[in-house]
Design a protein around this ligand. Structure first.
Ligand code: GCW
Length: 718
């Protein structure tokens, strides 16, 4: 008796003493922690105990299974599957065409209103019975609608009187994996590739399916599974069989598979003497290749191409243009509805006066010369995924060409998977930037969602931070970047704050005060990283090769791969003069932005040294000298991370033990590394400014020689 009592007591204590479970992060934001809020549970019981999901396509079957599984995990309810509404409440879900009943519940909705991927979620009263309808013009819309409803439940949101209409802003919402066939991931910091090329197609890892459901839950509908630094082998029959097996897993989740195309594949694997895009033999080769691919993968998405950039082959090797190359591939896939995403991240072997200008110079003259099924994929900024860049001047400058956004989710220049840097802030800043291409309110988001220049082929891609590590992204908070990329691809107007709150509630805690504390930390994290790495518009001052730590002294090799090329520090001052008196990159922006950027007094201070070379004693808006301001920004970044560490320790016992401990250790590394960045950069720049550190700046921990001498081996991602 006594023993039974003790056991019961232990169970009771375990069940009530806060989070004791160990969460290894595998379940991402779909962990579906059981609801504890009584009101919410009661509402679920009242509204969702009966479920009627019509239609039996593979995607609808996924929608059905995901919803039933998610709802039971969240509520522990016994769910009845019904063929007509019953009891106090029923979920009715399906496409308008799969069920006349659904259409009858939404008499005011015109067919086609939601499109194939959009959906309506609405509460309809029938007497005392509550019907929650989830309806779409297409199967995928039903899947996305049911995931939306699960999100509302999981975040304990209001569930009555629902009246939601959603349509994705962008048609193509893709992840780009820089994954190599040998299992490594370029710029990947979360283990090896999730694609086990060796065991495919025979062995289908359960991870593929879990990857697909995570993506479907945030509306991602395509994945490029191979690196843009492409391997021609991926297009050989041996590998295509593997790709087809992956596509089979993705299909029921509404996800299409795409491949990168190595431009020289006709020579490398096809034994042709050339890969000239205008050569009839080459044209034939790609047409046959497309036919071969589509025979295996009827819904194959198409090709992503990096050409004539960083040593990759391309049409320019044969004196042809990017348009010639893209169009040749586009013609090969167009009979099957395929598309080509041609990257604008180009720079050739001749070092330009200003690398930031090159993509614009090469691509603007090609506007209007691409086939209808080509998108030009442009990185968010003109250099390369730096902690902060101005938006890429190509956005708005090619009205006749659909431009696709490329964001980096993996943190190549943001501390790898070690630093907590919430990237929705960066994405949103870019998406909301006004290009002025057609006057004010011509935001980047309107360029890529097609509304500014009337394009229906639209897209956005995120370079994935996903790897084989148990928690997928290395740092737990890296999951939030994957999540927010998907949410912003669906709706670029969502705020970083609302996305963070959704993610936190589904991943970490539903406690409102803890959630808002964590959210505050996330929202300040990107600016913190900018401050301790590259404040005031500095850029590309990282170490060589691995890009992880600081390397403002890097000065050898190809000039536009060095740091000194970008910061141009000397005893007179610091910064890259891109004004009309300098490289004139400002002129690639529409008025009035070109003027705004051209004048140091109107240029936003967070981009000052991107556009201007200024004296060390230049007076900033704060009244401080440029040197003092820079020092204090570096320090502010460090202090912010110290603040994160302090705040995080208050969460011990308040969130899952394993999540807590993982982040605690990561923050300690980040705090050290933020000092490393600050000390190394300030000591180096001090050799030019020859000014002391102002009050409030911690003394460096080591000498400049020490930092310059640091060597690292086997940093991941190279
Ligand atoms: O940022 C640079 C990276 C390369 C990458 C390249 C690109 C895939 O350092 O690793 O190559 O950009 O985007 O093509």
């Amino acid at each position: 008796m006594y023993r039974a009592y003790t056991t019961l007591l232990i169970i009771f204590v375990l069940a009530t003493a806060g989070p004791v479970r160990a969460d290894d992060g595998y379940r991402l934001w779909l962990r579906n922690e059981p609801l504890t809020d009584r009101t919410c549970l009661k509402e679920c019981n009242r509204r969702f105990e009966n479920v009627m999901i019509t239609g039996d396509s593979p995607v609808l079957k996924t929608a059905h299974d995901e919803f039933i599984a998610g709802l039971s995990e969240l509520t522990g309810m016994k769910i009845n599957e019904v063929t007509e509404p019953s009891g106090s409440g029923t979920i009715v879900a399906g496409t308008f065409s799969s069920s006349a009943y659904i259409a009858s519940l939404l008499p005011d909705v015109a067919p086609g209103h939601t499109g194939e991927e959009g959906y309506i979620i609405r509460t309809v009263k029938q007497g005392r019975r509550n019907i929650t309808v989830v309806a779409s013009g297409g199967d995928k819309g039903v899947l996305y609608g049911l995931f939306h409803l699960l999100r509302l439940i999981s975040t304990e949101s209001q569930l009555d009187n629902l009246s939601i209409t959603e349509r994705p802003a962008m048609a193509l919402r893709l992840l780009n994996h820089w994954d190599n066939l040998d299992g490594t991931v370029e710029r990947g910091y979360a283990g090896g590739s999730i694609w086990n090329w060796h065991l495919l197609p025979g062995y289908i890892s359960p991870r593929y399916r879990d990857y697909a459901r995570a993506n479907a839950s945030i509306g991602i509908n395509g994945t490029v599974i191979t690196n843009v630094n492409a391997n021609a082998l991926a297009l050989t029959p041996q590998y295509l069989a593997k790709v087809a097996a992956v596509a089979d897993v993705m299909r029921p989740f509404g996800i299409k598979v795409y491949l990168t195309a190595r431009f020289s594949a006709p020579q490398e694997t096809g034994n042709l003497p050339t890969s000239d895009p205008l050569d009839p033999g080459v044209i034939r080769w790609w047409k046959d290749k497309a036919a071969e691919i589509y025979a295996l993968i009827p819904d194959f998405g198409g090709f992503l191409v990096k050409a004539n950039s960083e040593g990759q082959p391309g049409p320019q090797n044969y004196g042809r243009s990017h348009a010639d190359g893209a169009n040749m591939l586009a013609d090969a896939v167009s009979p099957y509805g395929g598309i080509v995403m041609w990257r604008a991240f180009v720079y050739d072997n001749n070092v330009p006066v200003d690398r930031a200008k090159q993509a614009y110079n090469e691509f603007v003259p090609l506007d209007g010369k691409f086939r209808d099924n080509v998108l030009v994929q442009v990185k968010n900024g003109p250099v390369d995924f730096q902690p902060r860049e101005p938006f890429h001047p190509l956005f708005g400058a090619m009205p006749s060409t659909p431009l696709m956004m490329e964001f980096q989710v993996t943190q190549e220049y943001l501390g790898c998977a070690t630093h907590l840097v919430y990237l929705a802030s960066l994405y949103s800043e870019v998406l909301r930037s006004d290009t002025y291409a057609a006057g004010p309110r011509s935001e980047v988001s309107k360029v890529i969602d097609g509304t500014l220049h009337s394009h229906s082929l639209t897209g956005i891609a995120g370079v994935a931070n996903i790897g084989s590590e148990r928690n997928w992204t290395g740092h737990l908070f890296g999951q939030a970047n994957w999540y927010s990329f998907g949410r912003l691809a669906w709706n670029p107007d969502l705020s970083p704050e609302e996305i963070a709150m959704e993610w936190i509630r589904m991943t970490l805690t539903r406690d409102p005060s803890i959630a808002s504390g964590i959210c505050k930390m996330m929202l300040s994290s990107r600016e913190a990283a900018v401050n301790y790495m590259t404040p005031l518009g500095l850029h590309h001052i990282m170490a060589e090769g691995h890009h992880w730590g600081p390397g403002p002294w890097v000065d050898h090799g190809r000039p536009d791969w060095t740091s000194v090329y970008y910061h141009r520090a000397d005893t007179a001052g610091i910064g890259f003069d891109r004004t009309t008196a300098g490289s004139n990159a400002v002129s690639q922006y529409f008025p009035p932005l070109n003027e705004v950027f051209n004048d140091p007094h109107s240029c936003p201070e967070n981009l000052l040294l991107w556009f201007h070379h200024l004296p060390w004693n230049y007076q900033m808006k704060s009244g401080r000298t440029l040197w003092n301001e820079m020092c204090l920004k570096y320090q502010e970044g460090v202090n912010t991370v110290d603040g994160f560490r302090g705040y995080w320790t208050t969460l011990e016992d308040k969130i899952d033990r394993e999540q807590y401990e993982h982040v605690r250790q990561m923050l300690a590394i980040q705090a050290n590394e933020s000092r490393w960045w600050k000390d190394a950069c300030l000591l180096y720049f001090q050799t030019f400014s020859r000014m002391p550190f102002p009050e409030g700046v911690e003394q460096p921990q080591h000498t400049l020689e020490y930092y310059r001498g640091l060597k690292f081996y086997y940093v991941p991602g190279i």
